[in-house]
Design a protein around this ligand. Structure first.
Ligand code: C2E
Ligand code: MG
Ligand code: MG
Ligand code: MG
Length: 277
């Protein structure tokens, strides 16, 4: 049809593009009010020891319940929050709330995702310090998950901020390890406490020898650098026994629990303690 109109393909797609941009703008406008309207909630996904399956802690994962559009994935709204700077107040809120919740876990760890934009702000250290102080959560129980994209952005300043965070006693995890191209260089430049092997590597370990070889190499790397390895996205027993055999210490995934409410997580921990007693 575009050809019949004289070859202007662009015109045909314009309304669609327009519509997408319009939706985006509307979503961003709504995101500005999402916190005040209490549409954001934090779910918690168990992180377990591969050897014992015991829960060691949980990762906080943000959810947005939009009044008209329903649940919006963080993969959609976190990038919007980053582009608009809204990630700064939203990220501070997540830290504050999640630390308050984790204070009641009796010593389990809390992992919180932080965006590159947050880590670039010198005030971020004070934000973390404040959340810890107000909640009473011991710094050693807080782990910040940072993707390597964050490390690329602004190396010298970012590294200085990460150092200050570590001197608070907070631990640092490199998230989605293996998905970018600078993972190794980053590990050389900065001391992380944990490597989280991206889900895409775990997905195929049961049937793909190359995936196993890669996993093995990452675990060897972690052990050489004295860094804990966590496998993300573990969905079945086959994957778990493989991870155990290869010496991966920690795992996370639907096999052990989907992201759940704070109350449900608390109940899971309660069951575990009852069994152990
Ligand atoms: P991530 O930090 O790598 O989190 C892991 C993602 O994998 C989560 O998706 C989790 O629900 C999902 N997942 C966990 N186990 C399994 C499994 O066994 N199978 C499959 N298929 N998926 C699994 P989610 O919650 O949709 O979050 C997506 C991403 O959004 C996160 O990836 C993180 O990068 C970002 N994100 C979430 N919450 C926050 C936040 O508070 N702040 C920031 N800056 N980013 C966040
Ligand atoms: Mg994460
Ligand atoms: Mg990840
Ligand atoms: Mg991710």
């Amino acid at each position: 049809q575009a050809k019949a109109e004289g070859g202007s393909c662009l015109r045909v797609f314009e309304p669609e593009l327009d519509e997408r941009l319009r939706t985006r703008r509307l979503l961003i406008a709504d995101l500005r009010n999402a916190m005040a309207r209490q549409e954001l909630t934090i779910l918690f996904q168990p992180q377990v020891s591969t050897a014992t399956r015991r829960i060691k802690g949980a990762e906080a994962l943000l959810r947005w319940h939009h009044p008209q559009r329903g649940m919006i994935s963080p993969d959609v709204f976190i990038p919007m929050a980053e582009e608009t700077g809204l990630i700064i107040p939203i990220g501070a809120w997540v830290l504050e709330q999640a630390c308050q919740v984790a204070r009641g876990w009796g010593g389990l760890n809390l992992a919180v995702n932080v965006s590159a934009i947050q880590v670039r702000q010198a005030s971020f250290v004070a934000t973390v310090e404040g959340a810890l102080a107000r909640s009473g959560l011991p710094p050693a129980q807080l782990e910040l998950e940072i993707t390597e994209a964050a490390m690329l952005a602004n190396s010298a300043e970012t590294l200085a901020i990460l150092s200050r965070l570590r001197s608070l006693g907070v631990r640092l995890a490199m998230d989605d390890f293996g998905t970018g191209y600078s993972s190794l260089a980053t590990l050389q430049r900065f001391r992380f406490d944990k490597i989280k092997v991206d889900r895409s590597f775990i997905r195929h370990i049961a049937m793909d020898a190359k995936a196993v070889a890669l996993l093995r190499a990452v675990i060897a790397l972690g052990s050489a650098l004295d860094v804990t390895t966590n496998a993300e996205g573990v969905e079945d027993e086959g994957q778990l026994s493989m991870l155990r055999a290869e010496g991966c210490e920690e795992a996370q995934g639907f096999l052990f629990g989907r992201p759940m409410s704070a109350a449900d997580f608390q109940a899971r921990v309660g069951q575990q303690d009852a069994r152990a007693a």
